[in-house]
Write a protein that binds this ligand. Structure first.
Ligand code: AHR
Length: 832
């Protein structure tokens, strides 16, 4: 407390303008406003306000309403606001707030606001005297220090907060009123957001009866819509890559696991030894990026090391597997090893013998193994055939039958589930995995290409290991195999604002004198993806890797839901401007924070417009109530200029299931997105994949284990939209028999034409507890129903699957019965 008081005295030099404000106290339309924070929740509850007309009776603007909370540091211990000071800066005509971010670091947060409601994204300043290592924070705090007076800092006993210290301001009533109104709006929104379908039958629609809902699809007012509306976002979260989509069957194949990945892990994790001496060495590695290797000292013929795979290796009878490993025998005479695949009941299912070279040079040895039977929990054994020292590294086993038969390829069943979504683009490799946990963990694409043994593995921000075997080459190849455009996302020169490593544990930023090199890396990526191998060294690397044709990169994402701090802004602009200057045809997807409103969203949008970016990447995970009540979210967006990529969204309920209740709210919202697909160019649900037992985030679109792929109800919604995307939107008018706004909101409809074949596609959501009859009049020129499907089930169904539906079509009218809580898609073919 003492330290904070000193901070206020040091920073807030008495400012006459505040006194001038106090003089205005007598005015009739003014009130006293008190700004403060409490020590509750370790100081994480943010800035609060109370108001009074007499300084005796105080009223809370709340409960606990906090228009600004500290965004400093990682979740958990940080995000604290200690002893905030709020003052009015007349020169800048705005309110300013500063606070200490914690007790250990000499760092103060700064933000400002016009109305005390919407605050600028925060910046963090190292106070004078702060040791080096904080260079990434701006140091000109003195110049920018807000002026305020310690004299208006008082301690009050508030009935709702107890004794708190804060600042007293005399302000206009309209300022207070604005805050009170904002807080009322928030309460109303919270109520809407909390709406759950469980209350439909009980109360909201207890008397609702089935009705006929008539929809007129108009031919006038057509508009072209995005042809890349439905895509996927692949992030290495939940073991989506290693142990997931990436088909490698050996875990920790390169002995590079470390405590950075997981506190309990070491280079020998997932490996065990029997009857031989097994250690890890680093003195003469295959490559400096792959520093660790196994040293086996064998003194008897039955010694071996064993790899358990990803909690067991799955094998199929008669299927072929590509085995490879690097080896050498620096001393000793015998140099043979047997490599076996062995079942849990100790049956050898496949076996080969490899001859390691003698001496200090590594050699890559390969073999094909054929499994004698099915297994779900096999393991791999490496058995030296004599006495001596054997060095082994990079032990790899892939099914031959990967997606599209690619070597170093993808797990077929998972990739096929992705293909069935008909994704029009793929965003990768994150998410948070793109910007990483601290500067050193920023995902660098160049570390992920080239021979596997030379790539640079790293810890994964989601607390495991990224081998980067699924690297940039494989991502681009996957996009091509899926028929989707690549959308790589690169960090905007800053790591995740919630970073827990690296100096002050905050966003930080690549030092400005290293930014040119960082930007060059990004420009090189464009060259690598699209360039001509004859004239570009980067394109030649692509060609040498097996892809002489360009990858047709047209878009690039910069940043991932970053805090729009000054540290960020400077670097973000440098990167975007460099891309615009060198590659004006490459579309840039900017970032607007992690939420659908608020500081980062507002300032992110301003920046994007200022730089005339092509798209911004919006992220919001919300409740079904939010999706139901915000179907007009994009109706208010400007139709020209920067467009929207809704890059991460999902409907979340308590318990985080991906079920019919959430899936239908997403379907409802996607109908509204299709209506707005002139401004929303792309969408992708998040996250995409989750391995059961290794899930850091729920809900996800696809769950899997080593043998099964489980498609969620939300997956089916995505698939129905993806397979039935259109290129032209036709407006519709919906008529209810029993008009009611709550009912109206729960009927979604969208009509699009698919230019590829002229089909008219109707999508109808019935998010009501009763079945309803639909009668849809369509414009002339359509022949009949080509295909119709309905997705329905209990609200809690997590694995609902669509079934066929047989609507009637006559005299330009499609009619069908939509069950309670259902999503119907009808495709009409155009007359020949
Ligand atoms: O989709 C999961 C995470 O959510 C992403 O990594 C991040 O961008 C967001 O916070």
């Amino acid at each position: 407390m003492k330290k904070n008081l000193l901070l206020c005295i040091a920073l807030f030099v008495c400012a006459p303008q505040v006194l001038a404000q106090s003089v205005a106290a007598a005015q009739a339309d003014s009130a006293w406003l008190f700004s403060y924070a409490t020590t509750k929740n370790a100081g994480k509850n943010g800035l609060h306000f109370a108001w009074s007309t007499d300084r005796v009776t105080w009223q809370e603007i709340g409960p606990e309403w906090a228009p600004v909370k500290s965004d400093y540091g990682n979740w958990g211990a940080q995000k604290r606001m200690l002893d905030p000071c709020v003052s009015y800066n007349e020169g800048k005509d705005c309110w300013e707030a500063t606070w200490l971010v914690n007790e250990q670091e000499n760092v103060v947060a700064y933000t400002f606001s016009k109305d005390l409601i919407l605050w600028h994204p925060q910046d963090y300043y190292a106070l004078p005297g702060t040791p080096k290592g904080t260079a990434h924070l701006l140091t000109d705090f003195q110049q920018r220090a807000p002026s305020a007076s310690i004299e208006n800092t008082v301690t009050l006993e508030l009935p709702f907060s107890g004794e708190v210290r804060g600042q007293l301001h005399r302000v206009s009533w309209s300022l207070v009123n604005g805050m009170l109104q904002e807080q009322q709006i928030l309460l109303a929104k919270n109520q809407q957001n909390a709406e759950r379908a469980a209350d439909d039958r009980k109360s909201r629609f207890s008397k609702l009866e089935s009705q006929t809902i008539r929809i007129n699809v108009q031919s006038a007012g057509k508009k072209r819509i995005s042809d890349k509306l439905i895509g996927i976002f692949f992030e290495d979260i939940n073991y989506a890559a290693d142990g997931g989509l990436y088909a490698e069957l050996i875990q920790n194949r390169d002995f590079e696991y470390s405590s950075k990945d997981d506190r309990k892990w070491t280079p020998s994790t997932c490996w065990t030894a029997e009857n031989l001496d097994f250690s890890i060495a680093t003195s003469q590695p295959i490559h400096q990026n792959n520093a660790h290797y196994a040293v086996l000292k064998s003194s008897s013929p039955n010694g071996k090391i064993i790899n358990e795979g990803w909690e067991g290796i799955v094998l199929k009878k008669n299927a072929k597997y590509r085995l490879s490993l690097f080896g050498r025998v620096p001393v000793g005479k015998q140099s043979k090893v047997r490599v076996r695949l062995v079942s849990s009941s100790d049956k050898v299912l496949a076996e080969t013998q490899l001859n390691l070279p003698k001496g200090n040079s590594w050699k890559k040895l390969t073999a094909t193994l054929t499994s004698k039977s099915d297994a779900t929990d096999a393991h791999l054994e490496i058995v030296p055939q004599g006495v001596g020292e054997y060095h082994i590294d990079f032990v790899s086993l892939f099914p031959k039958d990967t997606y599209r038969g690619r070597q170093n390829g993808m797990r077929k069943d998972l990739a096929e589930a992705l293909e069935a979504l008909h994704p029009q683009f793929v965003r990768f490799p994150g998410g948070c995995a793109s910007h990483g946990n601290g500067l050193e963990n920023i995902y660098r694409w160049k570390n992920t290409i080239g021979p596997l043994e030379s790539r640079k593995p790293d810890f994964n921000i989601w607390h495991y290991h990224q081998s980067v075997g699924l690297g940039y080459y494989e991502y681009f190849q996957l996009c091509e195999d899926l028929g989707a455009r690549p959308l790589p996302v690169l960090a905007a020169g800053v790591p995740c604002q919630n970073s827990s490593v690296g100096g002050l544990g905050q966003q930080g930023g690549i030092p400005l004198d290293q930014m040119d090199a960082y930007i060059q890396d990004i420009l090189d990526l464009i060259e690598w993806a699209n360039g001509d191998p004859k004239s570009s060294q980067w394109a030649k690397m692509r060609a040498d890797a097996g892809h002489p044709e360009p990858f047709h990169l047209t878009m690039i994402g910069i940043g991932n839901e970053d805090l729009i701090s000054e540290t960020f802004e400077v670097r973000y602009k440098m990167i975007c401007e460099a891309i615009q200057a060198k590659y004006p045809d490459i579309e840039i997807v900017g970032t607007v924070g992690p939420w659908c409103e608020g500081s980062d969203y507002e300032w992110g949008w301003r920046l994007a417009r200022e730089m005339d970016l092509d798209y911004v990447d919006e992220h919001y995970y919300n409740s079904p109530g939010w999706f139901i009540n915000n179907q007009d979210y994009y109706d208010r967006y400007a139709r020209k200029g920067t467009k929207v990529y809704l890059g991460e969204y999902a409907s979340h309920i308590n318990g985080r299931a991906n079920c019919m209740e959430t899936a239908l709210s997403e379907a409802l919202y996607l109908c509204a997105v299709e209506r707005n697909a002139d401004v929303v160019a792309m969408t992708s649900y998040a996250p995409l994949l989750a391995k059961k037992g290794h899930t850091q985030w729920n809900p996800d679109m696809i769950y899997f284990d080593n043998t099964k792929v489980e498609l969620t109800s939300g997956y089916q919604v995505q698939k129905l939209f993806g397979q039935n995307a259109g290129t032209e939107y036709l407006p519709s008018v919906v008529h209810l028999q029993q008009p009611n706004a709550e009912v109206q909101k729960r009927i979604g409809s969208s009509a699009v034409i698919d230019a590829a074949n002229g089909d008219l596609i109707l999508k109808i959501v019935n998010y009501l507890p009763v079945a309803n009859a639909f009668e849809i009049s369509v414009p002339a020129g359509f022949d009949g129903v080509k295909e119709a499907q309905v997705l329905t089930g209990e609200l809690k169904d997590t694995r609902a699957v669509p079934a066929g539906l047989q609507p009637n079509f006559s005299e330009g009218k499609v009619t069908f019965q939509a069950p309670a809580y259902s999503f119907v898609v009808v495709r009409l073919s155009v007359q020949p």
